[in-house]
Ligand binder design. Structure first.
Ligand code: ZN
Length: 293
């Protein structure tokens, strides 16, 4: 954090106020630079702060944060959702959309609601469309259909290059932090690909299918039914991917806007689901690169 705490806070808040004024003047490019400065300042300050990954410590941290927030002007609805969600997290679960709906924040006055706005902001009267929705992550809208398809097509080639010539010892080596070996990452890509293919089939067969919440991340170290060789895992991944691509490539573009009911993320389109999986894979490529080097 900058040397002068209160100066830092004032500058940050001023950047938000300034950006809103600039947008009002139609100065969208100046406004975007201002908002980017505010976002960058916050992330830079957050970056060096170490939050423990241990579940109990993390639970305590979230509960303490909720307590702090309860003394500030934060929506009671949001705090209640956070409390219920942290209880689920503490029991080892994933909060579903019914417990943690998407928040909407009024871009004009900051009013927050967990109900999709259909009318003017109850606090400042601003038009309903000004509310900003907070999605669980950016992957849902990261890639338009042609880019998502290209990504899904290319990743197996990138992965193949990354693991080319690596010994079994390197592929199975657990890093010093006790995290995933390359084998686990590949198993994870294979699992995620399996979920994607299953979901694409559901979207094709049913109208508004239910998409079950899957903790795919937690399966990576589970060796049940996993082929013994890393290359067999990779081949299973590549074969399944080719099958998914065949189905997606033959779809009319309008079908990418078919919707499903995701238990964890709410209503999502096939377009968002494919974008999600394609963008998610990219995050694991750098992980394999780091493990290899
Ligand atoms: Zn408002």
């Amino acid at each position: 954090m900058a040397a002068n705490n209160s100066n830092w806070k004032d500058t940050l808040v001023h950047l938000f106020a300034l950006a809103t004024r600039l947008e009002g003047e139609g100065q969208y490019n100046l406004a975007k630079l201002t908002r980017a400065a505010a976002d960058s300042l916050c992330r830079q300050s957050a970056y060096p702060i170490e939050i423990p990954a241990d579940k109990d410590k993390l639970t305590a941290d979230i509960r303490q944060t909720i307590e702090t927030l309860s003394h500030l002007d934060v929506s009671a609805e949001l705090l209640s959702a956070m409390k219920q969600s942290v209880d689920t997290f503490a029991q080892g679960g994933l909060p579903l959309i019914t417990t943690a709906p998407h928040p909407y924040v009024c871009r004009i006055c900051g009013h927050l609601t967990l109900t999709p706005p259909t009318g003017p902001c109850p606090a400042c009267g601003a038009w309903a469309e000004t509310f900003q929705i907070f999605m669980p992550n950016y992957w849902f809208d990261a890639l338009e259909p042609p880019a998502a398809l290209e990504c899904l097509r290319q990743t197996p080639f990138v992965v193949e290059k990354l693991i080319e010539g690596l010994s079994d010892e390197t592929l199975n080596r657990i890093p010093p932090d006790g995290g995933w070996a390359i084998r686990n990452t590949l198993g994870h890509l294979r699992d995620a690909q399996g979920v994607l293919d299953f979901r694409v089939n559901l979207f094709l067969k049913e109208l508004h299918p239910v998409l079950e919440s899957k903790a795919v991340f937690a399966w990576a170290k589970n060796e049940t039914e996993r082929p013994p060789s890393v290359h067999d895992i990779f081949e299973a991944y590549r074969t399944s991917r080719a099958e998914t691509l065949r189905k997606l490539e033959s779809l009319p573009l309008s079908d990418w806007w078919r919707t499903g009911k995701h238990e964890e993320f709410g209503t999502i389109t096939l377009r968002q689901q494919v974008s999600y999986f394609a963008a998610h894979e990219s995050t694991h490529l750098s992980q394999i690169r780091a493990l290899r080097d």
